[in-house]
Structure formats: structure tokens, C-alpha cells
Design a protein around this ligand. Sequence first.
Ligand code: NDP
Length: 312
Amino acid sequence: MPAQMPPVVIEGLERQFTLHKAWEAPDREAFLREVGPTIRGIALGGHTKVDAAFLDRFPKLEIVSSFGVGYDYIDAVEAGRRGIIVTNTPDVLTDEVADLTVGLLIATIRQLPQVDRYLREGRWLEKPYPLTATLRGRKVGILGLGRIGKAVAKRLEAFGLPISYHGRSRQEDVAYDYYPTLVGLAEAVDVLISVAPGSAETDRMVNAEVLRALGPNGVFVNVGRGSVVDEPALIEALRSKTILTAGLDVFADEPRVPKELIEMEHVVLLPHVGSASVETRRAMGQLVVDNLVSWFAGKGPLTPVAETPYRR
Ligand code: NDP
């Protein structure tokens, strides 16, 4: 385990395996030299970059069990080339992240954090909070209609809002309108929700042109990855009122958030808490453990990522 993980993972692994905690080693380099050649499985979260140089340290490595559904910090293609399994924790967090996304959308449009601050500052005693924009009558576009995107769409359908989406291909089994380009989707909607993964392909795909297409009544919500957005272009679009507002749970260089965003009173900013409830984080941790247990019991990985060489 390169960096500390939740107790459910540490305790679950210690029950079944010899667990080496790299973060406790006084000399990380010496530690890696000594135990690296013996390591067969790695459990990690989003703070450890797994590339060819990292994998070189572990010649006996069979599996990397990663906490979280996004694994953009792992070179899964390189791992696959070496026959190393990579697993993530899909599904167990889908509803939690979808709930948070709807909450963030409403909080952003109705300015809930700002309204809360207004009351606490005693300003309600002076006059009522100014009227806000509305979710009513809006059209929603989803970038990345995967597990979480679909769960968000299902919730927003119940809110009576029409849904459309953009992805690399049309999904025949969904009734929502498909737009083959992101600009086309942004032009057609006034709420754009990004739930796309970070990758070389999605890098900064929400750019100035997309934000212009979203327009002056447009609301942008990002719960996918910060890298999917051209952050300086977003800051400029918010500053110049090219779009109305934004609700962001993810940023390009976490945990650092641009000061321009922090200083903007009309945006809502969350510190990457999409899946961050006690129950969901515990379920994710358990799945990190279960993938390793299943693999070393000879039963294969439970949730291998798409690039992984394992076929059931
Ligand atoms: P899925 O793999 O189920 O869905 C991802 C979707 O993104 C797919 O529908 C895919 O559609 C689309 N997509 C992938 N590449 C592209 C591309 N180049 N252009 C357009 N669309 C693309 O993943 P999940 O729904 O489970 O999770 C999505 C992401 O949410 C994670 O990768 C993670 O980054 C983020 N996340 C954030 C959390 C938070 O706390 N804020 C918590 C959990 C996840 P298609 O294949 O048709 O292109």
C-alpha cells in the first residue's frame, strides 16, 4: 500500500495478506528496494501515479486494486501490456455520486450555500435574499452517459426535465437525444453536466467554444474530472457572463483550486466529495479488498477495468 487508505482496506488486507505500508517507511527508496521485488498485489487510491517507472519496481506484480471508479492516474494500457490486472470500484458509488450531482445542480442554480451564508450573517433581518435563477424549464445535457450519467439522467427525468447526451457513440438502449458533437449538445441545452472520465481524449474537451454554445443562461456542473475542462476558459466564461454559473466538485490540479474561482461569489465549489459518505466509502474500500482476495483465491478479479487483459 503506497499511501494510507481507509481502515476497512487496511484491516481487510491485514486479515488475509502480509501488508507492507510504504508511507510508514522512514526511507521509502530503501523500503522499495527491499520489498518491491516480493510484491504481488498493490492497493491504492488517487494520489499514487502508476506508470511504467512505477511498475518497473514490482517485477512480480499481478494486480493493482484501485479505490474509486476513475483510474486516470494509472497507465492501465501499460499495466495490461505487462499482464497486470487493474481493478476499480464501479457501481457501489453510482447512486451516491448521482445524488450529489443533483444536489450540486440545485445548490448552484438556487445559490443554497450563498443563501445559507446570508442567513448566518444576519442579513435576512435587513431584507430578503435576492431572487435566483430556476431549474424549471431547463434542458439538460450529459457529457458521459455511463453508469453515473444514467443515474443522474433518471433522477432529472423525475424532475420533469428533458435529457440529451454526448459520448463517443449513440446508445441504442436509451431514449434520450444523442448529439454526435459536444458543441452541438451545448447549443441544445442550458444545463451541461460532465460525468466523463479523465483521459487523453477527454482532456479539456469542455473548452471556450463549448461554453459559448452553452450560452448566457447556461449552467455547467462538473462531477467527472477537472481535466475534462479548460479551467482558464471556464474562469473567463464565468467572469464575462458567457455562461450563468457553475457547480464544480472536481478541479484540474486538486486539491489546489484557482483563486479566481474561490473569489467568485456566484459559483458553488465542492472539494471532490461525490462519493464521500461513510457508507459508500466503506463499500468502495471493501471492493478494493474483495478484488485482491478473489484474485489470490484464483477466482479472477471482480471488477477489472476495460484495458485489463483478464477475460472471464
Ligand atoms: P462509465 O465508464 O460508466 O461512464 C463514462 C462515460 O463517459 C461513458 O458513457 C462514455 O461513453 C463517456 N466517455 C468516455 N470517453 C469519452 C470521450 N472521449 N468523449 C465523450 N464521452 C466519453 O463511468 P462512471 O459513470 O462509473 O464514472 C464516470 C466518471 O465519474 C469516472 O471516470 C470518474 O472520473 C468520475 N467520478 C467522480 C466522482 C466524484 O467524487 N466527483 C466519483 C466517481 C466517479 P462512450 O463510451 O459512449 O463515449
